[in-house]
Each structure stands twice: as C-alpha cells, then as structure tokens.
Design a protein around this ligand. Structure first.
Ligand code: PLP
Length: 373
C-alpha cells in the first residue's frame, strides 16, 4: 500500500467483489446474475424529460437542497407515505450520496452503528471509513428482523440502527410488526433509525412498511436508481421530521462542500419519474422471482423473498464456502456474488434476477446441475 495514502483507506476493502468481476471478465455470454440494477431501460417519458431539460438550458447548479419543483413533489409524496405534516427533504446524488452525507453528519470515531447482517455493502465500508464501529446483528437463517438481538446489541455508544426493506442482498420485506418493534427500541434509547427504502416499489406480496410512520427520529433515504432504472443518473432524496432538523441542516451543509447539488437536468427528469406508473415493470419482476424460486426449489435452501430483485441462497453442502461455490459457478458461466461481500459469513450467494426470462432459465439449468456433485 502506498505510504502517501491516508490511514482511512486501510479501513476499506473491495477485494471480494473485484475478484468476482476479474473472473467474470474472461467469460463469453455468461448468465449474468450479478447485476444490482433493473434490466429495463429508463422509461421513454423520463428520458424525454431529461433531454428537454438539457435542451431548455437547465444545466446549471440547483440550490444545494435541490430544485424547488422536485422538492415540492417529493415533500408531498413523503407526507402521504409517512403521515408527517411538514417533512424536511433534500435531493441527494443517489441514495449512496444520502448515505455518505448522513454518516458524515452522524458518525464520530468509536460510535456504534447497528447493521442487520446480511447488509448492503456501502453501510459497512462508509461507517468504517469514518472510524465508526459496525455492530452486526445476525439475521440468518430466515432473514427476518431479529428484534431481540437488536435490543441486546444496543450500548451507550450506539448512534443508530440501519434498516433496509426490501433488502439487498436478501430481498426480505419486513412486516409492520417487525418495524414497529425496532422503532420502539430506537425510541427507548433515543437512537436514530436510518431507513434505506430504495427498493420500496419492488414489494410483491404486501406493501413495504414505511418506517417513518413508527418513529419521528427516522431518516428516510429513497431513490430513483431502481424504480426508474436510472442508476447512472445519480438521483435520490432524504427526508425526516423536525425532530431531526439539525441532521438535515448538517447534511445540506456537507452537500454544499462536497456534491454541491444533484445533477440538475436529472432532477427535472425525476419529476417525470415520480409521475410514471412503474407497476407493470414491478409485476414482471414478481413473475421473475416466482420463476427462479420455483426453478431452484428442491435443489437449494432458500427463503422466498418478498421484494427487491435478489435471492440469497445457501451454498450446497459440497462447497466449503460460498466463495468456493461462486468460483465453480463462474467456471460454469454463471455470475453470482458470494455472501461474504454482504455479510460476516460466507455461506450464501446472491442471485440478481434482474435479467431476461431466457437468462433466468439458462441460469436455473446450470445451477441445478451444480447443486449436487
Ligand atoms: C440497499 C441499497 N441502498 C442504496 C443503494 C445505492 O443506490 P443509488 O446510490 O444508485 O441510489 C443500493 C444500490 O445497489 C442498494 O442496493
């Protein structure tokens, strides 16, 4: 490691996922189950809105907290979903941007952040980068919210609990009862609840519970990357109640000196995204989930997930670790991600079914063959 690099760079590591992509580079026409983004393109009216915004000259900085028209739309959506009368909102550069601002505003060295394991990778690495301490609460084998274990994990240094429903990498959608129970723990200890709801529209069996309904010190992070397939446009938003006004202020201040603002033409296009009916796409994803779950039934241990576009599957017994299994899968032309990228364990692998039905069927055939050796 170069000696001019800051110490904090030693606290993060991208080797797991890099190895997968290095192996994948050599494949021709693989079954790609590794992608964390929709396989449809940005819907036409949203693209047109972006093109129009650029041609209309809306290419300059927006205010730090976002374009006023988009903010108004976002506020009314958040009001409707949470029941908050006067939500405080800001537009961020993707949910990743919102996460970075929130963590920078909240996490001091030594502060503890409770993560449900398996977790979305960014949480762990950014908390570590800032010198915080991740406290992992195991949710294996069914990936339901481990309420009792969360209560036991709280210490005097706990700053916040992160919830992510529908979840990456497990696809789990929590119930209202689970979320309410965790909100009560947060309330009892005066903790912040950060709720990453980027996959909220991809909830197939019941609506995703909106965490903000249960606790006023909730920071909601939502986005457009998955719902409008605009991962490259970097659009998201953060919302909270007046109870967290200093947090929203701090996040805006940090945005001012870092991202400056989210990309202006895409903010304008996001107004069209909020008006677009995504339900037919969601229905297609529900069918893809059912196809894959049905196809792997009897071959692998898995929990049928309620949302997102992931399946988190237990490795077959013959493989010593998920990493070993993934290596074999890649040698057989299927790209999947080993569980240790998202977890302190290495027993499962993630399949993304954001793929065509034909790809899903090819993948099922190969994975069935690899289940037994
Ligand atoms: C759970 C979760 N949160 C946040 C993000 C970041 O999304 P973006 O920064 O594109 O909005 C992702 C992307 O994969 C995710 O899976």
């Amino acid at each position: 490691m170069a000696d001019y690099l800051a110490q904090r760079t030693r606290k993060i590591d991208a080797s797991g996922i890099r190895k997968v992509f290095a192996l994948a580079d050599k494949l021709q026409n693989p079954v790609n189950f590794s992608i964390g983004q929709p396989d449809f393109d940005v819907p036409e009216p949203i693209k047109q809105a972006a093109v129009k915004a650029i041609l209309d000259g809306l290419n300059r900085y927006s205010p730090t907290s976002g374009d006023a028209r988009l903010l108004e739309k976002v506020r009314s959506k958040v009001r409707q979903e949470t029941g908050w009368e006067e939500p405080l909102c800001m537009i961020t550069s993707g949910v990743s941007g919102g996460l970075l601002l929130a963590f920078m505003a909240l996490v001091d060295p030594g502060d503890e952040v409770i993560l449900i394991d398996p977790y979305f990778v960014i949480y762990k690495h950014v908390v570590n980068l800032l010198g915080g301490k991740c406290v992992f609460v195991d949710s294996y084998p069914d990936f339901r919210l481990p309420v009792e274990k969360i209560a036991q994990a709280v210490t005097a240094r706990t700053k916040m609990i992160i919830l992510n429903s529908p979840a990456n990498p497990t696809g789990t959608v929590y119930t209202e009862e689970e979320v309410r129970a965790v909100a009560q723990i947060a309330c009892r200890h005066n903790l912040i609840l950060l709720s990453d709801e980027i996959y909220d529209v991809f909830s197939y069996d019941h609506p995703n519970p909106c965490v903000g309904r249960f606790y006023e010190k909730t920071l909601l992070l939502k986005g457009f990357s998955k719902s409008a397939a605009m991962t490259g446009w970097r659009m998201g938003y953060a919302a909270c109640t007046k109870a967290l006004a200093p947090l929203m202020e701090a996040m805006n201040m940090i945005q001012q000196y870092t991202f400056v603002c989210a990309p202006t033409p895409f903010q304008i296009a996001s107004i069209a995204a909020l008006e677009f009916d995504i339900r037919p796409y969601v229905e297609q994803y529900r069918q893809k989930r059912d196809r894959l779950v049905e196809g792997l039934k009897g071959y692998y241990h898995l929990e049928k997930p309620g949302g997102a576009f992931y399946l988190f599957v237990q490795k077959p017994d013959w493989a010593a670790s998920a990493t070993e299994f993934v290596k074999t899968a890649i040698e057989n032309n299927v790209l999947i991600i080993p569980g240790n990228v998202f977890s302190e364990k290495d027993t499962h692998f993630r399949i993304s079914y954001a793929a065509t039905e034909q790809t899903i069927d090819r993948g099922i055939e190969i994975l069935r063959r690899l289940a037994k050796r």
